[in-house]
Design a protein around this ligand. Structure first.
Ligand code: AHR
Length: 643
């Protein structure tokens, strides 16, 4: 119609027949009709109850500056720059005089042994001096909101007086909220404060100021400010991002990576023991995605994240390989790492009678967490020393001895023993996924199970476009059909901060900035697939149809529901005859969920967040046999009540 309108507008009415002929020439060729025969009550395979889940790691500011609620950037002064302490600046109001420096000689704990020293030589009530933090691309400030803050500090003498903490708008200078912390002592101490906003406009262009009104020296560290969090967890997560995950109906969370688990160097691996307990005892660490990790999102926070989503962790343990081709030799050298993994499993699952279970309880979580799957390493096919066969075997034997019930995932096929599960990763273009939807149809059902632990169609930046959603949906039909052997699957990466410089990896499922977040078309495809899944694959046969038409059928006998997923990756509609056999009753009203776009490039963005979203509808069918047309570039779910 677009062409028709274009031509008709620019030519006289007399040219209409010519315009119509032109349109007919440009209109995409119709697709051959497809006939889909479904034997509703003839299961061919079980659907894995944990098929769809999530994968996470610190990438694209997923945690710091993202999901993890902390608003102060470089809160522990562990980020370094030749210009000083990134994200911190000196503030001299009126005619005050002050300077700041990074002091490596003192800090509030062994783990945090340096601090920000503020030297004030002149200040008074009208001319305060202090330091400011610019946050993660600003501070999100909203009306009538309570922010919980704290910092560690000491002064060289008590005459420095109180510290005023304020959230200030960058553009207007308006103070959105302010609190005063009583006079500091000369010993390191933690100070808590609360900032409450009134009737103000929502904005992200804000900074945090800590100021004093008297001369003296003050050392600051672990300056923290949290907005309200999901489930009001202390040290918790951003609400909008958690809600988006909940909507996907995931069953597990693979953590903590990814490359983030391995680190560039062995010394930069994810060392879980350094991420638990009080924040002041966490030394923080450099991450492979080129920014420093605060480790505020530590092992217990990961577990509580799982608890909040009501999912199981899929716990990846460091297995002696880091990305710059550094590995630990199997045997005696690897033993401490194996022990670390055993301790980690004990921390997650152990009772009060165990050493590490007791530590978890001390850290605030009495109940053990459920755990079925442990992954040994990440992408160990990159290890050119070929040490993974032996490393995996060493971990496998030690873990199985103590925890025979655990399923142990290998990151690549292993010689010498059969892993319980193998983790396969796929990052592809849509056409490649279209061509590969039968990948697992012939997989040996007597071999290891499959975990598709990372996969994504990578078209579109920062988040995938509709072409990607089509590639993803096609691939998911193949995974559903084979979900007797594919026990779990998780898209990666999940999150991206779309602010300038926030992204290290293109095509990420959910985008966010300082204030808002949005789901990509691929995200909505995941929501549709995750929330409409039966317990068994049923027998089906497709005749005809275009080359970019894909489907899957699953049935939930207990609920009496049949889920038909239809993916039309073509630019023309796909006519379909559905023939249901075996069911004695098919309710004529069918729930229809549709996600579609005008082109494969069409997409959602932070400024156009709901351009492409699922549309819920219902259609009437004439019983067990019915005609349906899947529009061009569409992903659809039909939910039929059957008996
Ligand atoms: O998902 C991004 C990265 O891709 C992961 O960290 C790594 O496992 C894979 O190579």
């Amino acid at each position: 119609m677009f062409w028709l309108r274009l031509v008709a507008r620019s030519t006289a009415l007399a040219c209409l027949p010519l315009a119509m002929a032109l349109y007919a020439q440009l209109a995409p060729a119709p697709q051959s009709a497809a006939i889909l025969e479904i034997q509703v009550l003839k299961p061919t395979a079980k659907v894995s109850p944990m098929l769809y889940g999530l994968m996470t790691e610190e990438i694209n500011y997923s945690y710091d500056g993202g999901l993890y609620g902390e608003l102060v950037s470089n809160r522990t002064l562990n980020e370094a720059s030749w210009m000083g302490a990134p994200h911190w600046l000196i503030v001299q109001k009126g005619d005050s005089r002050a300077s700041m420096e990074l002091d490596k000689s003192t800090g509030p704990s062994v783990a945090l042994s340096k601090s920000l020293k503020l030297n004030v030589s002149k200040a008074d009530a009208k001319s305060p001096a202090g330091v400011e933090n610019d946050g993660f691309w600003g501070f999100p400030v909203r009306a009538r909101t309570t922010y919980q803050g704290s910092f560690y500090a000491k002064a060289d003498n008590t005459s420095v007086g109180p510290v005023t903490v304020s959230l200030i708008n960058n553009d207007s200078g308006t103070v959105a909220a302010s609190a005063t912390v009583p006079a500091l002592t000369t010993e390191w101490k933690k100070y808590d404060f609360v900032l409450k906003t009134g009737e103000i406009a929502t904005s992200s262009t804000n900074h945090l100021l800590l100021s004093v009104q008297h001369p003296g020296s003050i050392w600051f560290d672990l300056v923290s400010l949290f907005p309200p969090t999901f489930h009001n967890r202390k040290n918790g997560n951003r609400i909008d991002l958690m809600e988006k995950m909940v909507a996907m109906k995931p069953t597990f969370l693979r953590l903590p990576g990814g490359n983030y688990l391995e680190g560039d160097h062995i010394s930069e691996r994810y060392e879980w023991k350094k991420t638990i307990g009080s924040l002041v005892d966490r030394p923080t660490h450099p991450s492979p995605w080129k920014y420093h990790s605060s480790d505020g999102m530590g092992l217990l926070e990961f577990m509580e994240w799982c608890e909040d989503l009501r999912v199981q962790p899929v716990l990846a343990v460091y297995a002696g390989y880091s990305m710059m081709q550094e590995h630990v030799n199997p045997g005696a050298d690897l033993e401490p790492y194996v022990q670390d993994a055993l301790d980690e499993i004990e921390y997650v699952t152990g009772s009060a009678n165990t050493k590490w279970g007791a530590v978890r309880i001390k850290n605030g979580h009495p109940e053990p967490f459920p755990l079925t799957y442990v992954e040994i390493g990440n992408e160990d096919w990159f290890d050119k020393s070929n040490s993974y066969d032996e490393r995996y075997a060493q971990f496998y034997k030690a873990i199985k001895k103590q925890y025979p019930q655990l399923q142990l995932i290998a990151t690549t096929p292993v010689k010498g023993l059969t892993p319980d599960v193998i983790d396969d990763h796929y990052y592809k273009r849509a056409v490649e996924f279209f061509d590969d939807v039968h990948h697992y149809d012939k997989t040996d059902r007597n071999g290891p199970k499959i975990f598709v632990g990372e996969w994504a169609t990578r078209e579109g930046s920062p988040t995938p476009n509709f072409g990607s959603a089509l590639g993803d949906a096609a691939w998911m039909t193949g995974m559903e059909r084979n979900s007797d052997v594919i026990v779990m699957a998780s898209y990666a990466p999940m999150l991206v901060n779309v602010n300038p410089g926030g992204m290290q990896w293109e095509s990420d499922l959910i985008g966010f900035d300082t204030l808002n977040s949005y789901g990509s078309p691929s995200y909505y495809a995941q929501v549709m697939f995750g929330s409409h899944l039966g317990t068994e694959v049923v027998d089906s046969k497709l005749n005809g149809g275009g080359p970019r038409f894909f489907y899957s059928v699953t049935h939930d006998a207990a609920k009496g529901l049949l889920f038909l997923k239809l993916v039309n990756g073509s630019s023309s509609p796909q006519p379909l005859e559905v023939k249901l056999t075996g069911a004695t009753q098919v309710t004529p009203t069918v729930k229809l969920v549709s996600l579609s776009a005008h082109t494969t490039e069409e997409t959602n963005s932070i400024s156009d967040p709901v351009r492409i979203v699922p549309v819920h509808n219902s259609i009437k069918t004439a019983g067990a046999d019915f005609h349906h047309v899947i529009p061009a570039y569409s992903i659809q779910v039909l939910e039929l009540a059957v008996k």
